[in-house]
Design a binder for this molecule. Structure first.
Ligand SMILES: Cc1ncc(COP(=O)(O)O)c(C=O)c1O
Length: 424
């Protein structure tokens, strides 16, 4: 992913790979005014260390954002973090011992995969359909783990306009998931960067709200509603967990940037943040439409894809003989990029899927990018059909309904495995 991001930073590449919000929508004069205000009123504080758990005023802004989705946590349960990414890392650091089972969606947020791996979690991924994680499969998994005497440390979910699949967990499943957590005394980690970026109906209640914060730890971020460059996120957890999270944060970065916390609270004080979120959501809705139209036109029956009602991503699945990691090399030859599906799995599944971002590129680039991707897919399909004489396409009727793992079997790792020297 790191290499990919480096390549896609080239100006000649149309990148549908990143998860970038469009920061060109932020007025430079507002940025200048807020920073000038900080310079006049709080230079000393902006340039100083701050408390590990974050400024009380930043927490006020966080409570305002959470209230917009119906949540009313206690400010003492909030820890300000360096992006939502650090919140995932700190929760994992706090709770996971090597070998502990952790459950997440299949596919899951690609940035969570290296976190779970680095703490040596035994990560299990539960298939999704168009209503989010399949709870029948989750219950089966929980039963299976229980018969082995094991309990997952937590269930990690991105319930709204999921990254990468773009699907939303239905209300019915939210209720049942929270019920399951209570029945089995399991923790849920709800990661919700996209809840306020819906394109139509009112947002569904977060798991945190349905549960009241007993079994649900919550992660939020300013990255998608304001800016990822300010690296400002948060997590909400009951006091004993928060205590450990703060200790873990102290060890990793002492505190989140004072300067960007001040920027956020200046912005909240002076601007209508809800109006800005509505404005960017409307831009993303139009880009989503352009992407879906372009997929229909340039990819057609060669793939299925999801139809997100918010957020930043579409998830497309190609015929199983196409490996999207290989396809990416060809796409880069055409100066277009996507994220290969494999990045969203811990076990090599997802090889025929891809994540496509529609927030970070303009409408013309999205159309052109999908046209180029359609071109390289078309070449692979033609090659396959010429070699095999088969005509295997993905049915149009299935379109939008599937979030599937395309390879159930795990293959042997292709890389050479070097044994580590035994410790003396
Ligand atoms: C589901 C999810 N969680 C966490 C993050 C991390 O975002 P940040 O660290 O910028 O808050 C992202 C970013 O794309 C995301 O999609």
């Amino acid at each position: 992913m790191r290499d990919l991001m480096e390549i896609t930073a080239r100006p000649d590449v149309i990148s549908l790979a990143g998860g970038l919000p469009d920061t060109s929508t932020f007025p430079p004069e507002v940025f200048a005014a807020r920073m000038t205000q900080i310079a006049h009123s709080s230079t000393e504080q902006a340039l100083q260390y701050g408390p590990t758990e974050g400024f009380a005023e930043t927490k006020e802004c966080i409570l305002e954002v959470m209230a917009a989705e119906g949540m009313t946590p206690d400010a003492d349960d909030v820890t300000v973090t360096t992006g939502g990414q650090q919140a995932i890392d700190l929760i994992a650091k706090t709770l996971i011992d090597p070998g502990d089972p952790v459950i997440c969606e299949a596919p899951t947020y690609p940035g969570a995969v290296p976190v779970f791996c680095s703490y040596e979690a035994d990560t299990h991924q539960v298939e999704m359909d168009e209503h989010g994680m399949r709870l029948d499969l989750l219950e089966e998994l929980l039963e299976r783990l229980a018969t082995e005497g094991r309990r997952p440390k937590f269930i990690y979910s991105v319930p709204n306009f999921q990254n990468p699949a773009g699907v939303t967990l239905s209300l019915e499943r939210r209720r049942r998931l929270v019920e399951l957590a209570r029945e089995r005394e399991l923790l849920i980690v709800e990661d919700n960067p996209y809840g306020l970026l819906g394109f139509g109906e009112d947002p569904l209640p977060p798991l945190y709200q349905l549960d009241g914060g007993d079994y649900v730890l919550y992660i939020g971020t300013f990255s998608k509603i304001l800016s990822p460059g300010i690296r400002l996120g948060w997590c909400v957890a009951p006091p004993p967990v928060t205590e450990k999270i703060v200790l873990g944060k102290q060890a990793s970065d002492l505190c989140t940037s004072s300067m960007t916390q001040l920027f956020a609270l200046e912005w909240f004080a002076a601007e209508d943040w809800r109006a800005y979120v509505r404005q960017v959501s409307e831009i993303y809705r139009k880009r989503r439409d352009v992407m879906l139209d372009a997929l229909e036109r340039y990819v057609g029956e060669q793939a299925t894809w999801t139809r997100p009602e918010g957020g930043l991503f579409v998830w497309a699945t190609l015929p199983d003989y196409i490996n999207t990691t290989d396809l990416l090399a060809k796409a880069l030859g055409e100066n277009v990029a996507f994220v290969p599906g494999e990045a969203a799995y811990v076990d090599g599944r997802g090889r025929s899927s891809m994540r496509l971002n529609f927030s970070g590129s303009g409408e013309d680039d999205i159309r052109e990018g999908i046209r180029r991707i359609g071109g390289v897919i078309g070449e692979q399909v033609e090659l396959y059909e010429t070699i095999t004489g088969e005509h295997r396409r993905v049915g149009a009727g299935e379109r939008g309904a599937k979030v599937e793992a395309d390879t159930d079997e795990m293959e042997e790792p292709a890389a050479t495995v070097l044994p580590l020297r035994k410790p003396r």
